[in-house]
Design a protein around this ligand. Structure first.
Ligand SMILES: [Zn+2]
Ligand SMILES: [Zn+2]
Length: 244
């Protein structure tokens, strides 16, 4: 199994990094986790074949995780995609996606697609299967409005990938990441504790309970990006490939 960081940046373009988008492939699976605004050019830059992607999991409706979808869908239409595509995310995703598509490309949500597009709402803590991919969403804490916010524990082909999404510390991150082969965790600040986002020192204090087999830090602010050499943890970078 292979996970490539298509983008691991925040909403502010810190470090010139692309918005959040991870590409996972294995023998029988090919999917994206999040699709931030800059994802389509980033996918093209890395030579990733969009037509082979069967599923896109969206953690929340912030533009740096969600706003790439209208571009991706437009590209699929123009490149005559025929393979079905499933987009799954928090409750409300059908309406939010239609609104987003209309805001960016008027009438695009009403255009008849050549391919089958299913948009599926995932309920917190209800495991759902998409072919060989088992997805358990966990509710996380990322603001008063704009939710719901989900983190995902993904089980596929004998591996577990957990992604915290954007969140302040919450106890759900423990079952989310427990013993995972790979935990991808937000580390927005080094030690500054703020609402709605996770800092490395807070995460670090809980790592003995989470016990991930491997940890990669993502969604870092300039504060974190300036300390990459001295962190003692591995941080993601755009284009980085992880073999699992
Ligand atoms: Zn974000
Ligand atoms: Zn966010």
């Amino acid at each position: 199994m292979r996970l490539q960081f298509v983008g691991c940046g925040d909403a502010l373009g810190s470090g010139g990094r692309s918005n959040t988008c991870f590409h996972v492939t294995a023998d029988h699976v090919n999917f994206l986790i999040d699709c931030g605004a800059s994802s389509l050019p980033a996918l093209k830059r890395l030579g990733i074949v969009r037509d082979d992607i069967d599923l896109i999991l969206i953690t929340h409706f912030h533009g740096d995780h969600f706003a790439g979808l209208p571009f991706l869908l437009l590209d699929a239409q123009f490149t005559r995609r025929t393979r079905p595509l499933v987009i799954a995310g928090p409750p409300g995703i059908e309406t939010r996606l239609a609104q987003l598509r209309e805001a960016l490309f008027e009438n695009s949500s009403k255009t008849k697609q050549r391919f089958d597009l299913s948009v599926i709402a995932l309920e917190p803590e209800q495991k759902r299967a998409f072919g060989a991919i088992g997805v358990t969403p966990f509710p996380v804490v990322h603001g008063e409005s704009g939710g719901p916010f989900l983190a995902y524990r993904i089980e596929t082909e004998g591996r577990v990938i957990a992604y915290s999404a954007d969140t302040e510390w919450t106890e759900t991150l423990i079952p989310l990441g427990r013993d995972a082969d790979l935990l991808i965790a937000e580390a927005y600040y080094y030690d500054k504790v703020v609402k709605n986002h996770l800092s490395l020192k807070t995460l670090e204090a809980h790592l003995p309970e989470i016990r991930p087999k491997r940890l990669l830090l993502t969604h870092m602010s300039d504060d974190m990006l300036g300390r990459l050499d001295t962190l003692g943890y591995t941080a993601a970078s755009d284009g980085m490939i992880v073999e699992l």
